[in-house]
Ligand binder design. Structure first.
Ligand code: FDA
Length: 325
């Protein structure tokens, strides 16, 4: 149940002037330009972390807009190569047109994944809301079938279907399956997803266990101690962890800049000390780094979609010691 406070914060923030929303979001969004993301990579590379770059924007309304995202991600690949950054890409399938025209959307994604492959770079398909879950997974399967194995998707612990999806992807891709597992940011209908905190944590942890058991690559994307602590002990029970060789046989190709079978991922600006602690323990950590002209729409939409972020943002500002960048 979303608290009254969260709703109030969201209600107030979306009515605030744009400069105020920018002030709030600047901690979580690099800025409007690629050069802003490059600056952050330069600054944070020294912290022993790597990056996944997201060009802000989603759910385009005409296929022409997809060209903007394709062109921008081409520039991102060039910037990563030029700066020799330890980074890969995160893309939103609906920004490439998946919801408007599946075939054309698929073609746009294929083109980008091919280009990334020729630069030995991995592409993560972010998972959006339940309208595109099946299609997003299908895109990954089709690209792998075409030999493009430098692509993987995200599963959301809160969705009832996720364990079955892991089983399905295990059948199709074997150990080449490469996941990001997160709780899921979208508040989905209760007939398809868990709603309570503990249920979501338990379901997310079950997915982590299932993915590790299937021998897949697992990127644990959470700032929540019960998920991170669970992941650490699950990794240990699978003989994985800092300084240990990736124990998985035939783990697939295109492993550039990947961890030994797993990594931890966190959002820019959230729980930096925890990320640095994981890095100091020897775990591979990756920062999700969003930038783009659409920072305003992104910030407002995220707040409206899941108002619990309102309290997290307020907590980050009012009690900064709980969440330093
Ligand atoms: P939880 O929400 O309980 O957060 C734990 C603590 O972390 C909070 O108490 C707060 O202190 C801090 N915190 C978390 N989020 C914060 C925020 N935004 N601002 C300030 N503080 C915050 N979802 C999805 O549906 N599809 C996707 O593709 C992705 N991709 C993705 C990538 C990465 C790298 C991460 C870390 C997360 C995602 N997510 C996502 C979002 C994810 O599903 C989830 O909504 C958030 O990570 C919050 O869940 P936590 O597990 O961090 O726990």
């Amino acid at each position: 149940m979303v608290g009254f406070l969260s709703k109030a914060i969201v209600g107030a923030t979306v009515r605030m002037p744009k400069w105020f929303v920018r002030w709030v979001s600047r901690r979580y969004v690099a800025g409007p330009k690629l050069s802003d993301a490059v600056q952050i990579m330069k600054r944070l590379s020294g912290e022993g972390t790597c990056f996944t770059i997201d060009v802000l924007g989603e759910e385009i309304t005409s296929m022409d807009e997809a060209q903007y995202f394709y062109d921008e991600y081409v520039r991102v690949i060039e910037a990563i190569e030029l700066g020799q950054f330890d980074a890969n890409l995160s893309i939103k399938p609906t920004a490439f047109g998946l919801l408007i025209d599946r075939e054309k959307g698929m073609e746009n994604i294929r083109k980008l994944v091919k280009l990334a492959s020729s630069n030995d770079m991995f592409v993560r398909l972010d998972m959006e809301d339940h309208r595109v879950t099946t299609d997003t997974i299908q895109v990954v399967k089709e690209l792998h079938a075409e030999g493009l194995t430098n692509v993987g998707t995200v599963l959301q612990g809160r969705l009832f279907r996720s364990l079955a999806d892991i089983g399905d992807l295990e059948q199709e891709l074997g150990p080449a399956a490469d996941y990001r597992i997160c709780k899921g940011i979208y508040l989905e209908p209760e007939d398809i997803s868990f709603a309570g905190y503990q249920d979501i944590v338990d379901a997310t942890n079950s997915c982590i266990d299932r993915m590790l058991d299937a021998g897949a690559y697992v990127a644990i994307a959470s700032h929540d101690y019960p998920v991170i602590d669970h992941a650490k002990s699950a990794l240990e029970s699978f003989g994985m962890g800092p300084g240990k060789e990736d124990p998985r046989p035939n783990a697939g190709e295109n492993r550039r800049n990947k961890g030994p079978g797993y990594e931890f991922q966190m959002l820019l600006g959230v729980r930096g000390p925890l990320r640095r602690k994981l890095a100091a323990e020897g775990h591979r950590t990756r920062i999700y780094l969003p930038y783009g002209e659409k920072w305003y729409e992104y910030s407002i939409r995220r707040l409206k979609e899941n108002p619990t972020i309102g309290t997290q943002v307020a907590k980050a500002f009012l009690m900064p010691w709980t969440n330093r960048p």
